[in-house]
Design a protein around this ligand. Structure first.
Ligand SMILES: [Zn+2]
Ligand SMILES: [Zn+2]
Length: 172
């Protein structure tokens, strides 16, 4: 994921297309089924350069509540202002890590930036559905498979209130 930016720096082109693949690190418990597809462009906006990318990667993981397999395609937009090295001070860059990418020796290396961005924006918890009711805490049967034989009535009603509170806390 390295772009040759020299033609744009010299003013020879106003647009550099991006179409490539990236092997990202997957968060714990998640598998990326193949390399992420990265496409977009860098454009010269007259005085500054703008990078606009779409990243797409298919994943497999498990539902945080019922542990069933969850798969889908994760998509992320990535936009940055592109600056040549030396344009901004280290301090300015550190204060605005989410705003700039820096050209070094005429090249823009996006691999690490994209890996980090993807890792950070990937959902912390995957759910098979927003309504997933999880597992029965007693027998472990997924609640979506219907009621199990563990009677809810066995729970002391005072404890049941506590359990509800705990559940609510977990949702936050
Ligand atoms: Zn689930
Ligand atoms: Zn049960």
């Amino acid at each position: 994921m390295t772009l040759d930016m020299r033609a744009m720096i010299k003013g020879l082109v106003d647009e550099i297309p991006v179409d490539g693949e990236l092997c990202p690190d997957s968060p714990t418990g998640v598998t990326f089924d193949r390399a992420a597809h990265v496409c977009g462009r860098v454009t010269n906006e007259g005085g500054y350069m703008r990078l606009i990318l779409e990243v797409e990667v298919p994943y497999t993981g498990e539902c945080a509540r019922c542990l069933c397999a969850v798969s889908g395609v994760f998509r992320m937009s990535y936009e940055r202002t592109v600056v040549n090295e030396g344009t901004l001070s280290d301090e300015q860059l550190e204060d605005n890590v989410d705003e700039y990418v820096v050209i070094v020796d005429g090249e823009l290396d996006l691999a690490e930036e994209l890996r980090d961005a993807l890792f950070l924006s990937f959902p912390m918890r995957l759910l098979c559905s927003e309504e997933c009711a999880g597992l029965c805490p007693k027998c472990g049967k997924p609640r979506r498979d219907g009621p199990c034989s563990c009677a809810e009535r066995e729970i002391d009603p005072r404890l049941a209130i506590l359990a509800t509170l705990l559940d609510e806390n977990e949702e936050k």
